[in-house]
Design a protein around this ligand. Structure first.
Ligand SMILES: [Zn+2]
Length: 403
């Protein structure tokens, strides 16, 4: 029945113009692309973006990995290898530019047949349902922070690693969160969203290291040190708040900072507030902090990453704007101590205001927490794709960590 749709030129007119991928996280529409000789094809990176998974290219083969199941397409030839089984395809997988396109048959027939416990195909709706349950935060937290996913996901040619820094923790609760449900503080929200962001990035095949995965205190000066060498971006997550004053609960929204001299009094205020956490640092001697900041401000390494930091800040801010119901408060610059020790492009995102009732709900409800994490992951993917393009990784290089 399915084959009648995807096989043979005579039935192509009835082929859908898109497929819907349904997962626990929602639905994604993936358009189909057809050429006279091939029949309908869909972008493998788009499919993997929806399902989670990775692509690796090995010579003439493109390996699409879903969960622990590799499907090897011989690019340009109508066959697929799954396990030890060779499966004929109605049309070959093709490269279009840098993107692998696979036949509709892969989602309409092969996935439901080969991985029936996970995938169902609804021919009437052209819909692939992924029955994998969404992982719980506890399950995400239980997985090791150091495990690295396979490289090459979502069309990326290289393995990448991102540092996520959930702000505050342990004896430093961050801001008290007056509109958070009872007992929830800034440190809890940054950790929950940080762990969701890790999950979103892993689904997209990007390696993640966390400054913390539990309710512990990490010194400001130590946080950035996890992002050196092979780490490409440092993302610190925080929640804003305002002092009690007339109308202070009306202010809401999100803003992204990159490290540079504060341009406005408000940016300087937020930086002072987040830098306050230095008083919790166990080995803080109370001296040298300002000198250290001044020194780092003159450090050429900061300028080296300034452009990249600013670029990612814009991407993150735009992406958050698609899911955040609060005000887009823009990209800003300020000196955050946590960013000064990252020897890589680094940003600090204020995800919303705990002193606003709507932001308070947005930041503590599971669905919106996940949407926020997903939007930041989207920005990171865009950033990495741009980075690869700039760095000329289209054909990979000897410096690629694995292939
Ligand atoms: Zn904070």
């Amino acid at each position: 029945m399915v084959l009648s749709l995807v096989c043979g030129g005579t039935t192509l007119a009835r082929a859908p113009d898109a497929v819907i991928v349904h997962t626990a996280r929602g639905e994604t529409r993936i358009p189909l692309w057809s050429t006279p000789g091939t029949g309908p094809l869909l972008s493998a990176p788009a499919l993997l973006n929806a399902l989670g998974g990775a692509i690796e290219f090995r010579g003439a083969w493109a390996e699409v990995v879903l969960g622990s199941e590799p499907f090897r397409f011989l690019v340009g030839a109508p066959l697929l290898v799954h396990g030890s089984t060779v499966l004929p395809l109605s049309a070959p997988a093709l490269m279009r530019g840098d993107t692998l396109f696979v036949p509709l048959q892969f989602v309409a027939e092969i996935l439901p047949n080969r991985l029936g416990a996970r995938f169902r195909w609804d021919i009437r709706e052209s819909r692939l349902a992924d029955d994998t349950p969404a992982p719980t935060v506890a399950a995400i937290a239980a997985t090791s922070a150091s495990s690295t996913p396979p490289p090459g996901a979502n069309g990326l040619r290289r393995k990448h690693s991102i540092a996520i820094d959930p702000g505050h923790g342990g004896v430093d609760p961050g801001n008290p969160g007056i509109y958070f449900p009872r007992g929830i503080r800034e440190k809890n929200v940054t950790l929950t969203i940080g762990l969701l962001l890790r999950e979103e990035l892993r689904r997209r095949g990007v390696g993640v290291r966390m400054t913390r995965t539990t309710d512990t205190l990490i010194n400001l000066g130590h946080r950035g040190r996890i992002c050196t060498d092979d780490c490409e971006l440092f993302v610190s997550l925080h929640v804003n708040s305002l002092e009690r004053r007339r109308g202070y609960t009306k202010v809401r929204g999100f803003e992204t900072y990159f490290l540079a001299e504060a341009k406005t009094e408000e940016a300087a205020r937020v930086a002072r507030m987040e830098n306050e956490a230095v008083r919790f640092d166990q080995d803080n001697t109370g001296e040298g902090d300002l000198n250290g900041l001044e020194f780092i401000m003159k450090d050429l390494q900061m300028n080296e990453y300034l452009r990249e930091s600013a670029r990612f800040a814009f991407l993150a801010q735009n992406s958050l704007g698609r899911v955040h119901t609060g005000d887009d408060r823009g990209v800003k610059q300020a000196v955050f101590q946590v960013l000064t020790t990252a020897r890589r492009p680094a940003v600090l995102i204020e995800l919303g205001y705990s002193t606003n009732p709507n932001d308070g709900k947005l930041l503590t409800r599971k669905a919106s927490q996940r949407a926020i994490a997903s939007s930041i992951a989207d920005a990171i993917m865009t950033y990495l794709i741009e980075f690869e393009r700039r760095a000329g990784f289209a054909g990979d290089t000897a410096t690629g960590p694995s292939r």
